[in-house]
Design a protein around this ligand. Structure first.
Ligand code: AMP
Length: 568
C-alpha cells in the first residue's frame, strides 16, 4: 500500500470535524489493512499496540534539523517559519512544496517502509542515537511528497491532528465489519478494552462475530481498568450502585494491574505501562501471598515510610514509578503496600463476567493478608446510610482519600465509566488536570516555563479551567520541580506566541484550589481560584483526568454548602 493513499485518508479526516463522517471515511479504508492489520496503529499516530510503551523520543529540535537537512533550507529559515505557522507539519508541507532540491532521487513511499522505519526509530538507543534517528527521518523526508512530509512529521511528534479518538476507531471497525450495529459495538469495544490492541481487534473482526464474542483475556498483558464515576454524597452513591452496596476505603497510591502467567509476574499502570522492573518488592510478595498460578488482580499500591510505618502521599511513590536505577535502594526507603480490590482473571478463566460479590470471594480465597505487604481492601456491605456515612468518616479520619462504592452484582467493565463503581471524596480534593499551555517566567525565573494552563476533559476535547503557577519546588528532594516539568514540556511544545506556548496534552498534574467559579476567561466556562499543584501524575492517562461534569459536581457541592442554586 502506498503511503500517499494513507495520507489522503488523513487529509480527509482532518478536513471534517464531524464524527459520523470520520467514522464513514475510516470504515471504508480499514478493510485495506487485511494481512497488515498493524497499520491501524498509524491512525492513532503509533506503531505499537497501546500497552507497548516504546516511543519515538523525537524532539521538535530534531525534526527542525531533519527538515533542514532534507530540503537544504537553512535551520534559521525553518525555525522562523515554525514561529509563524506554529505547526511543524505545516512547516514541512510549505517548505517541501517550495523546495526544488528533492524529487530527482525520490521514490514512492510505501506504508510498509514508513511503518518499519518508524519502528526502527523506537529501537535506537545509546551513543549516536540522535544522528541515527536523524538519518532515518531524513531518508523518509527526502522521499516524501509535501503532504506526506506533513504527516511523517506529525506522526513523529505524536500530534497527528486528524481527530481520531479511540471511540471513533472502535465505531469505524464496527461499521465496517458489523454494519454499525449497536449490539456489536459493545462487543468490539469490549474486545478492545480487554486486549488493548487494535490490530488484534481487527483480526478478530475479520473472523466474524463468534471470534469477537469469545475474546479472551491474555495473562501477562494489561487490560483497560474499570473506572469510577464521581458521586456527591452517600445518597447518590446508593442511587448509582444500588442497595445494598459495597463500600471500600479509597487508598491514595497508584493503580496497578498485576498479571501472572504462571511463571512471570508483570505490573502495569492504568496507562498500560509496564513498571515491573521498578517494583521488585511487589513481584516478590505477590508470588508469596497470592495463592493462585495464573491471575490478573487490580490493586492500589501505597507507599509508606520505612521508619515510621506511616503511609505517604502519592508524590513519594511517584518517585518509584519514574526511577530506572538504584531501584532496590529506593524500594527499601519507600516500601509499598498492595491493597487489592478486584480480580479479573483466574487460572485460565476470565472472571470479568462474575458479579463483584463473587469476585470479592475469590480474592478472599486467594489472598493471604499480610499488613504492609499485601491485603484485601477494607470493605463494608450495607444498605444503611448512617453506617455508610460512619465508614466514610472513619476512612477520612485515618487519612484515606475517601471511599469507593461498588455495585455488588456488576461485572468488571474495562475502560469505561459505567456507573457500577463510584468514588466519594471531600470537597476541594485535588483535581487531576492536563497541562495544555504554559508561560515563560520573568526575573529570577526568566527562560523557564513557570505558569501552566490546565484543562479538564469535555467528551473528546480538553477545555481550560485555569492557570496555576504555584506548588512546584526548586529542589528535587522537596518534590516535583520546575525544571523537571520544563524538561517534560519542552518536547511537547506545538506552538509559541510571544511568551506563551501551547503544548500537546500529556502531562497530568493533581491540582488543589480554594474554590471554582463561573468564568468567561477559560474555555470550560469555569475557573479554579487559587490553584496549586500538589503532584505530578505520571501514572495517569488522559482518560483519567477530571471531566467537565466533575467540575460542575464540585461547584454544586460548594453551592450546596452555601445554599446556592445548582449549575447545569
Ligand atoms: P480517582 O483516581 O480519583 O479517579 O479515583 C479512582 C481510583 O481510586 C482508582 O483508579 C484506583 O486507583 C483508586 N482506588 C483506591 N482504592 C480503591 C478501591 N478500594 N477500589 C477501587 N479503586 C480504588
Amino acid at each position: 500500500m502506498l503511503y500517499s493513499e494513507l495520507v489522503a485518508v488523513y487529509e480527509d479526516l482532518s478536513k471534517t470535524p464531524k464524527r459520523l463522517e470520520k467514522i464513514a471515511i475510516l470504515s471504508k479504508f480499514i478493510s485495506d489493512f487485511r494481512g497488515h492489520e498493524e497499520f491501524i496503529y498509524l491512525f492513532r499516530g503509533r506503531v505499537f499496540p497501546d500497552y507497548d510503551s516504546r516511543e519515538f523520543g523525537i524532539s521538535t529540535q530534531l525534526v527542525l534539523k531533519a527538515i533542514s537537512r532534507a530540503t537544504g533550507v537553512s535551520s534559521e529559515e525553518v525555525v522562523s517559519l515554525f514561529k509563524k505557522l506554529g505547526d511543524l507539519g505545516n512547516v514541512a508541507f510549505s517548505i517541501f512544496e517550495k523546495s526544488k532540491q528533492k524529487s530527482l532521487f525520490s521514490k514512492s513511499l510505501s506504508v510498509e517502509h514508513v511503518f518499519t522505519s518508524l519502528r526502527k526509530i523506537t529501537e535506537i538507543k545509546g551513543d549516536g542515537a540522535v544522528d541515527k534517528k536523524l538519518n532515518i527521518i531524513s531518508e523518509l523526508l527526502i522521499n516524501s511528497k509535501p503532504i506526506e512530509a506533513k504527516y511523517i512529521v506529525r506522526t513523529l511528534l505524536s500530534d497527528l491532528r486528524i481527530g481520531v479518538a479511540d471511540a471513533v476507531l472502535i465505531e469505524s471497525i464496527n461499521l465496517n465489519f458489523f454494519s454499525g450495529d449497536k449490539s456489536t459495538l459493545e462487543k468490539v469495544q469490549r474486545a478492545y478494552d480487554l486486549l488493548t490492541d487494535y490490530s488484534e481487534v481487527l483480526k478478530l473482526c475479520e473472523n466474524g462475530l463468534d471470534a469477537i464474542n469469545y475474546v479472551k483475556l491474555i495473562p501477562g498483558r494489561p487490560t483497560n481498568v474499570m473506572l469510577a464515576v464521581k458521586v456527591l454524597d452517600i445518597d447518590e452513591a446508593f442511587e448509582v450502585c444500588g442497595t445494598p452496596a459495597a463500600f471500600e476505603h479509597k487508598y491514595d497510591g497508584f493503580r496497578t494491574l498485576i498479571s501472572s502467567d504462571g511463571k512471570n509476574v508483570n505490573i502495569f499502570t492504568r496507562k498500560l505501562e509496564n513498571v515491573t522492573l521498578q517494583f521488585p518488592d511487589i513481584v516478590s510478595f505477590v508470588k508469596e501471598y497470592v495463592k493462585a498460578k495464573k491471575f490478573i488482580i487490580d490493586a492500589e499500591a501505597v507507599g509508606y515510610d520505612s521508619t515510621t510505618g506511616n503511609y505517604l502521599p502519592f508524590e513519594s511513590i511517584s518517585q518509584r514509578i519514574k526511577r530506572k536505577y538504584n531501584i532496590s535502594e529506593l524500594a527499601k526507603k519507600i516500601p509499598v503496600e498492595l491493597n487489592v480490590f478486584d480480580v479479573i482473571y483466574l487460572d485460565g478463566e476470565s472472571v470479568v463476567e462474575l458479579p463483584f460479590k463473587e469476585r470479592r470471594k475469590i480474592l478472599e480465597k486467594i489472598i493471604e493478608n499480610f499488613p504492609k505487604k499485601i491485603r484485601i481492601a477494607t470493605q463494608l456491605i450495607t444498605s444503611d446510610k448512617k453506617e455508610a456515612d460512619k465508614f466514610y468518616k472513619d476512612a477520612l479520619k485515618i487519612g484515606e482519600e475517601g471511599i469507593m462504592i461498588k455495585n455488588l452484582n456488576s461485572t468488571y467493565v474495562s475502560g469505561r465509566y459505567v456507573g457500577t463503581m463510584a468514588k466519594l471524596k471531600p470537597v476541594t480534593a485535588d483535581l487531576d488536570l492536563v497541562i495544555v499551555g504554559a508561560e515563560y517566567g520573568t526575573g529570577k525565573r526568566a527562560g523557564g516555563l513557570t505558569s501552566f494552563i490546565v484543562a479538564c476533559r469535555d467528551g473528546e476535547k480538553f477545555v481550560e479551567v485555569g492557570r496555576v503557577s504555584s506548588g512546584l519546588k526548586e529542589k528535587i528532594s522537596e518534590g516535583t520541580t520546575y525544571s523537571e516539568i520544563n524538561n517534560l514540556l519542552q518536547p511537547l511544545i506545538i506552538s509559541e506566541d510571544e511568551n506563551v506556548v501551547r503544548v500537546k496534552p500529556k502531562i497530568i498534574m493533581s491540582v488543589t484550589y480554594q474554590n471554582i467559579q463561573p468564568s468567561s476567561s477559560y474555555s470550560s466556562g469555569f475557573a479554579l481560584r487559587f490553584p496549586r499543584i500538589t503532584h505530578y501524575r505520571p501514572d495517569k492517562d488522559l482518560r483519567d483526568i477530571a471531566s467537565l461534569e466533575d467540575i460542575k459536581l464540585e461547584i454544586n457541592k460548594m453551592f450546596r454548602k452555601l445554599g446556592k442554586k445548582k449549575v447545569g
